[in-house]
Design a protein around this ligand. Structure first.
Ligand SMILES: Cc1cc2nc3c(=O)[nH]c(=O)nc-3n(C[C@H](O)[C@H](O)[C@H](O)COP(=O)(O)OP(=O)(O)OC[C@H]3O[C@@H](n4cnc5c(N)ncnc54)[C@H](O)[C@@H]3O)c2cc1C
Length: 371
């Protein structure tokens, strides 16, 4: 957002509470749809390109396909996020790190933004400040969503041959944690490994993480960063308001990620582009920031409702999920890949998998439980 807005010639200040560049627990998988949505080439910070996708059930192969072109680019978020900031700074963005947003007061167009290091006048405030957004609260936007939890470690394997084994590929493993999955994402000199689940109150996360490493035959020699857990917002409510005359929220702050995979960077990037257009129009033609909500919902909401239904079947009914994965794993892998390549939507996936898997009566009952 800082890049687009600065490119439009607006005066933009980014405040970040951490010291930059900052580590963030994240698989760092930029799907092809994300790479295509970014306003510039990010190849200088790509650590590994994924050509092969594997889907497994407790290490038993369900689906594998190698593509001619990369389907995912792997980054470390400290490098990637800082690279984005550097590009934006070259366009004029001003950055104050170690500075936390605290509050906003004043009328639309004449805002006073208070931070931990002083106050600023602004016409609009945009919150891309993550799942527990302070900006959303300050703007009185009551964003409602569910959450999934994910933990991740940056693992340097004892046997460096392991790095080569996973190079240019991703593993998604089901059956390794209730209500979720595990992943191995290779980076230049280590593996980003994690497990995530949307089941509330799950305990012994580190136990699931350790068991997953053992299942994959990985003995860690060291961790680049300690294993960390974070919440991922999923299933934003249809009635949420994401903007008003004073500002807006985007990305995790707005509650948008893919409930099937936890992919969130795509939504953050696309919503930043939409937000920038809307804010530019506020300055150029005096239109309202409030219009942003409708634009975002039109682009994402319908598809995410279908994704939610898919995720509900996959993660909430272990017996059905096992049957689905063993019977339709290949089709699921193929169709999920088509989503991240922007070749189809979740409503297409749901229809195709439901036809393969379910009789119409069972399907109707699952849909009605979920709405
Ligand atoms: C373990 C894990 C693995 C994941 N893997 C992937 C993946 O492989 N691919 C993918 O697409 N998505 C993945 N996600 C989701 C992805 O990380 C998020 O959806 C994405 O980072 C959202 O970006 P954002 O800019 O909205 O928020 P964030 O990346 O959370 O950035 C918010 C920023 O705001 C700052 N901030 C917060 N409060 C304040 C404040 N008051 N003042 C100033 N600054 C503040 C924070 O320090 C942070 O830098 C993963 C998530 C987790 C937890």
């Amino acid at each position: 957002m800082g890049y687009d807005l600065s490119q439009y010639g607006l005066k933009v200040l980014l405040v970040e509470k951490e010291s930059l560049p900052r580590y963030k627990a994240c698989g760092g998988g930029l799907t092809r749809r994300t790479l295509d949505a970014l306003p510039f080439d990010v190849s200088p910070v790509i650590e590994d390109y994924t050509y092969t996708a594997r889907m497994l059930y407790r290490n038993r192969l369900l689906y594998v396909k190698t593509h001619d072109k990369p389907i995912v680019g792997m980054v470390m978020r400290d490098d990637f996020d800082y690279f984005l900031i550097e590009q934006a700074m070259a366009k004029g963005l001003v950055v104050h790190d170690d500075t936390a947003f605290e509050s906003v007061s004043g009328r639309a167009g004449e805002l006073l933004i208070k931070t931990s290091k002083g106050s600023y006048k602004a016409k609009v405030v945009a919150g891309a400040d993550g799942v527990n957004s302070s900006v959303a609260k300050a703007l009185d936007l009551k964003i409602k969503h569910d959450v999934m939890m994910a933990i991740e470690g940056e693992v340097c394997p004892e046997d460096m041959g392991m790095l080569e084994k996973f190079r240019n590929s991703i593993d998604l493993d089901f059956g390794v944690i209730p209500g979720g999955y595990g992943w191995v994402f290779p980076k230049k000199d280590h593996l980003s490994i994690g497990v995530g689940s949307s089941i509330r109150g799950l305990r012994d996360w580190k136990g699931y993480f350790r068991s997953y490493l053992e299942l994959k035959g990985i003995i860690p020699e060291s961790m680049k960063y300690p294993v960390r857990g974070r919440l991922i917002p999923i299933n934003p409510h249809k009635g949420n308001i994401l903007s008003n005359e004073r500002g807006l929220v985007a990305g995790d702050a707005a509650g948008f990620t893919d409930p099937m995979t936890g992919e969130g960077i795509f939504y953050a990037v696309r919503q930043a582009a939409i937000a920038s257009q809307v804010i530019k129009d506020v300055f150029l033609s005096g239109s309202s920031v409030a219009e942003y909500t409708g634009l975002v919902k039109r682009e994402f909401m319908n598809d995410l409702i279908w994704a939610k239904r898919m995720a509900h079947v996959l993660y909430r009914y272990p017996a059905i999920s096992r049957r689905l994965l063993f019977r339709c794993g290949e089709a699921l892998g193929e169709n999920q890949t088509a989503v991240i390549l922007s070749q189809q939507t979740y409503s297409d996936v749901f229809r195709k998998i439901a036809i393969l898997m379910l009789n119409p009566i069972r399907l109707l009952s699952l849909l009605s439980q979920n709405d």
